[in-house]
Every structure is written in C-alpha cells, then in structure tokens.
Design a binder for this molecule. Structure first.
Ligand code: MG
Length: 180
C-alpha cells in the first residue's frame, strides 16, 4: 500500500517520488513589536525587522517547501515590494505554499528546523512552535522537530542583532506516468 492509502494504480504499485528542500532566513532584531517565531509570539525585548511580520521560522519553512517542489522562493511569491504583504502574518505564506505543493500532488512528510538565536532562550518554546508549524503543514506534531542554538556570542546573531533559521522538508507523491 502506498503512503496515505492505496487509491490509484500508482499508489497500489507503491512507486513514490520524494523531494527534499531547504530554506534559510535571517532578520534583524530591534523592531518595536512582538517577536514571532513559527507563528508563536515569544516574550522578548524586541521583535524582528521586516516587511511582513518577519517570522524567520515560517519564512525558512516556506522556502523549504517551495524548493522541494521546485516552484521558486518566497520572494517570487510574496515580493517585499508589494504593499499587500506589509506586516502580513506569515502563516498566510505557509498556507499558500502548502496549497501550491498540494496542487502539484505533494504531501509534506516531515519538517526539521534549527533556530539560531542568542536571546531569548527558546527551550521552553520549541514544542509550541513545532505544534504550530505542524498544524500549518497539516501533519502530525511528531513530524516537525524544532531545535534551537546560540551562536556562542559570535557575529551578528551572537550579538543579538539578528535571528536566523534553517528548515528542511521531505515531500512525497505517488508517481504518475507522464508527470515529471
Ligand atoms: Mg524573511
């Protein structure tokens, strides 16, 4: 049986395609607004500077999804020159990216995330962020892992001038004859 149940000949044959994608983003700290990571508001001295809500976690996840499906990057879909996206809740970007990968027949299997921040400490927030990202991706909570690391006080992240994030995803779909 194919992943997700055998509903077509390709799935019954068990032939699946897999694609990996990575995403990276960085935003500067110092914005007079809430810090939002993975769609979760985190208590902090300041928020992140950016055109949208500057949620580095969701931006990295979007780029990983789009990259795995081979359909561009977040700047192609949501250009920061477009006033519609000012202060936009980045959950909207993830929802759109998920819609687009599903239109191509792809399902997200898992998402692995590393947040790079000197402050605030994120240990207590990791499960909450993972649950929120899983909800947005439409996958079980145990398919999203959120890890956090400091930059050992080195560089812009180490000076708490920025927060960065890496994300990796695996997509799968049943192979269909004639589809590339
Ligand atoms: Mg960004």
């Amino acid at each position: 049986m194919g992943i997700g149940g055998a509903s077509c000949p390709e799935e019954r044959s068990g032939i699946m395609q897999f694609r990996t994608g990575i995403g990276y983003d960085l935003h500067r700290t110092g914005a007079p607004r809430a810090l939002r990571l993975g769609g979760v508001e985190i208590p902090a001295d300041s928020g992140l500077i950016g055109h949208s809500d500057a949620d580095v976690v969701l931006h990295a996840v979007v780029d990983a999804l789009l990259g795995a499906a081979g359909i561009g990057d977040i700047g192609d879909l949501f250009p920061d020159t477009d006033g519609r996206y000012r202060d936009m809740d980045s959950r909207v970007f993830v929802e759109e990216a998920v819609q687009r990968i599903r239109a191509g027949g792809w399902e997200c299997q898992n998402c692995d995330i590393i947040v790079h921040a000197e402050r605030p400490k994120l240990a207590a927030h990791k499960p909450v962020i993972a649950a929120r990202v899983a909800e947005l991706l439409g996958v079980a909570a145990d398919r999203v892992c959120v890890k956090a690391t400091t930059n050992e006080r080195l560089g812009s992240i180490g000076r708490n001038e920025a927060i960065a994030c890496w994300a990796a995803v695996l997509l799968s779909r049943a192979e269909t004859p004639g589809r590339r």
